[in-house]
Design a protein around this ligand. Structure first.
Ligand SMILES: [Zn+2]
Length: 385
């Protein structure tokens, strides 16, 4: 039987917080509508909530729309692609989630416990700041350019730096090159070491910049030093070390030119050093999940009942918040086949509910459960895979 259009209002997320309307629009769309009520702080006089909402909606559409697909669990059942709508309502009573807006960027953003004097004192609410629609690379441009890591992300970069240090070594490595009739090649005896360093760097996840390398070649001739460094650069590029993270640094010695009759040495060396995490941070560029992270798109996930992955709520006193992470796991287990759970124990990575932009299958489970409950029908999450 073909699906008919139907709207289920005020569906609760089974993680304990989060509420939304579901609008089934045959043959292929599921619209998830979240109604928000804004309370704007006095420090933002004449704040335009409409403009803020438009920017928020654009960010949510970019990051969340057309990724989650849910299929009616019967033969030839329709597959619905999910899109998200945020609607501003004028009264607290008619909203799914109250939102408190303040001046700033990210400092006080997030889900808040009920608080005296806020939204009647009994509502979990979302705190947002007026700059939260900016992508991270823009909001944190000054610290990225200076290589000074913000506290929230510092561990992710240092962990990656440490992983590479553990394989490649922290101090400068010496690589020997052999002279060819028309250039240089990495000596056989240095290849295992260099291959190891290349493999370590190439294994950096694509949401982080690779740890940059400084290659130093010393020679009385700049052209020779450049050729030596470039030989190692080319060797590393061919093994997955991306070009922008490799710095060739030719250094001339103070030696005088050799006498014309002195024969050329058959070997030369360059030193290679993995630079500190701050240099890696400087290379964060738009187009990657961590750079493109947007606070408002992340916080929208909370309105769907999803939890933070970069925090562990187990020590929190509010039972609704504390239980929400295990309840999220439960939903993943209820789906058949089980949905892969996220490791939400304080993990910084490319997930939208961590500090990235990626939507995983488990981010669909609150919607899936609400749709199944409201419709009394079985559905399966078929995307993202
Ligand atoms: Zn959060």
């Amino acid at each position: 039987m073909a699906l008919v259009q139907v709207r289920y209002n005020n569906c609760d997320a089974a993680t304990g917080f989060g509420q939304f309307d579901l609008n089934v629009i045959p043959p292929a769309t599921l619209e998830v509508i979240v109604k928000v009520y804004f309370d704007v702080d006095n420090n933002l006089p004449a704040f335009n909530t409409g403009a803020f909402l438009n920017a928020w909606q654009a960010n949510v559409s970019t990051i969340w729309d057309n990724k989650i697909r849910i299929k009616l669990d019967e033969q030839n059942g329709e597959t619905l692609t999910t899109r998200f709508v945020i609607q501003e309502v004028n009264g607290l009573a008619g909203c799914h989630f109250p939102v408190y807006l303040q001046k700033g960027y990210a400092q006080d953003s997030g889900v808040k416990f009920p608080k005296v004097g806020k939204f009647g004192g009994n509502r979990i609410y979302l705190s947002l700041m007026d700059q939260d629609n900016l992508p991270y690379y823009q909001a944190a441009a000054a610290s990225i350019q200076s290589g000074v890591l913000g506290a929230a992300r510092v561990g992710m970069f240092f962990d990656e730096q440490q992983r590479v240090f553990n394989i490649a070594g922290q101090g400068p490595a010496t690589i020997t090159l052999n002279r060819l009739p028309n250039g240089w090649e990495v000596a056989l005896g240095s290849r295992a070491l260099l291959n190891n360093i290349c493999a370590a760097i190439a294994a950096t996840p694509d949401y982080l910049p690779q740890p940059p390398i400084k290659i130093t070649a010393a020679s009385g001739l700049t052209t020779k030093a450049t050729a030596l460094a470039q030989t190692v650069v080319n060797y590393m590029r061919a093994r997955g070390v991306t070009a922008p993270t490799t710095v060739a640094n030719a250094v001339t010695t103070k030696k005088k030119f050799k006498m014309p009759f002195t024969s050329h040495k058959p070997t030369a060396t360059v030193t290679l050093e993995v630079l500190a995490a701050g240099e890696m941070y400087k290379r964060l560029t738009p187009g990657t999940a961590v750079a493109d992270y947007v606070v408002t798109a992340h916080e929208f996930g909370h309105l769907l009942g999803l939890v933070d992955e970069y925090l562990d709520y187990s020590s929190m006193t509010n039972l609704i918040i504390k239980n929400s992470q295990p309840l999220w796991d439960n939903l993943c287990d209820q789906h058949q086949p089980q949905v892969t759970k996220r490791d939400w124990h304080g993990k910084f990575n490319d997930s939208i509910m961590s500090v990235g932009t990626r939507v995983f299958k488990c981010h669909a489970v609150t919607i899936w459960e609400a749709l199944a409950t409201a419709s009394g029908t079985d559905w399966k999450i078929v995307a993202p895979v």
